[in-house]
Design a protein around this ligand. Structure first.
Ligand SMILES: [Zn+2]
Length: 127
């Protein structure tokens, strides 16, 4: 299952969701900024998926260790389904990918190669 369609916050180009890899920067093909899904958003979805997994197993009559085991097995597919379904409704928030070796602040960003479009994109997600 694919990640939902997401636009680059800086330049509005559609990010190729077949190039998304968890834990790696998602690079905009147009302005070469690097993004990842906001950590809080992923965590929230994961918690929703965890609760749903337990609820589903509970409804199927699993109890005790079987309930915990079943929920763990279901967690990954349920998490992906939540990411997909919620991503269809709202655009998942992106945040700039932290550049390795940028220090504790993590605010430094690799500047994309001189791109005229870079100036026009008004929205900057830097936190
Ligand atoms: Zn872009």
């Amino acid at each position: 299952m694919r990640r939902p369609t997401v636009k680059c916050p800086a330049c509005g180009t559609l990010l190729p969701n077949n190039e998304y890899r968890a834990g790696e920067p998602w690079i905009c093909p147009s302005c070469s900024r690097q993004y990842r899904f906001a950590q809080r958003y992923d965590l929230l979805l994961w918690i929703i998926a965890l609760v749903l997994s337990f609820a589903i197993c509970f409804l199927f009559g699993l109890r005790g260790w079987k309930l915990a085991g079943g929920a763990l097995v279901l967690l990954a597919p349920v998490d992906l389904t939540c990411i997909y379904l919620i991503g269809v409704l709202i655009q998942p928030p992106l945040e700039p990918f932290p550049v390795e070796g940028a220090g504790a602040s993590g605010t430094r960003e690799k500047k994309p190669k001189s791109d005229p479009k870079d100036r026009t994109g008004g929205l900057d997600l830097r936190l």
